[in-house]
Ligand binder design. Sequence first.
Ligand SMILES: C[S@@+](CC[C@H](N)C(=O)[O-])C[C@H]1O[C@@H](n2cnc3c(N)ncnc32)[C@H](O)[C@@H]1O
Ligand code: SF4
Length: 352
Amino acid sequence: MGFLETTLATKGMSTAVALKILGRHVYAFGRHITAKKMANFVKAEWSKFRGKEAVPSYPYILKIEPSNICNVRCAYCYDNRRQPREGERPYGRMSFQQFKQIIDEIGEYLFKINLYGFGEPWLFPETLEMIRYAADRNIGVGVSSNMNFDDPGLPKRIVDSGLEVLIFSCHGLSRETYTKFMAGGDPDVALRNLGAVISEREKAGHKTPFVDWQYCVTGFNEHEREAAVQKAKELRVDQIRFIKPFFPEDASDEWFSSMFPKHTYRHVHEKSPGCNWIYRSAYINFDGGVIACCRDVRLTGSDFGNVFREGLKTIWNNEKYRTSRAVIAGRKDIVCNTICSRCPIVQVGRKT
Ligand SMILES: C[S@@+](CC[C@H](N)C(=O)[O-])C[C@H]1O[C@@H](n2cnc3c(N)ncnc32)[C@H](O)[C@@H]1O
Ligand code: SF4
């Protein structure tokens, strides 16, 4: 279990869930492998193992946010979707041309793109174009969605886009629990749209998108887990996962289930699981702002660079990345001003 937690950042999840996630990564890996990707992968893993600061490799998985705009207001997501303050990222969307720029620069090293961040990917048509462009270049694409849309033709277009994985966010089955977590959303609409995607997939005779229902478990929705399992069977969903959500420390007790111990953004780790992002992946905001992971997404001052202006290859070994890798490797003689120096995972792991 320790290996899975460290490798996949699945701390707190059961071994079964961690193995399912590992299975998806192995599938994407095998489906999209090329000699170039393999060589890059080996270099990245070797650099991680050695705790290198400047690396001869590029990320092989990317998280790219098409937009941070959403049609639903989930509890605590993007600070309850409040308006941006000074120094914070505005709301907006990435254009297809900007996405293409990223793929044209670094796509040949990528096994997978998680094409979602802190917004709803199906709100804008360019998301489908982005998926097609990446899929045609042998990159697996995953999207996470609340599936609250009113467009009867969209399920077929989703299947036709070449999407590999569809994560369905649905944290409650009854209207009461669903809307308590996902305010402004409608569970009937979401489930109907999910069913339509699966029907279109079957009609097309495709195996993809693999449909993965992600259910964040809280104190007030945990009693609906069995009903959700039944619903998933009825809709022929491929997998349902009950996961531990993150909430701020001051969230009331009802947000924490009996299934998982209280786990907040500032959870103190007894032992550092290490950090994979800094060698394997990166989070690209809709405006091109690159951050190491999904911490502190709103503060533009925390960005490691801008991919549209500088290119990811340059950013990947700039001073911010190099000092972050150094501090993660335990070096104390280095001044690092990035979010990584304040990450609780890193604090625990620092050598004295
Ligand atoms: C921020 S959402 C954006 C994508 C899309 N709008 C959605 O909800 O799936 C990205 C992922 O975060 C998950 N999520 C939502 N609230 C969460 C929480 N409090 N803790 C952990 N994950 C959460 C969602 O299930 C989703 O898979
Ligand atoms: S649907 Fe997704 S992006 Fe929108 S508020 Fe919920 S978790 Fe956040």
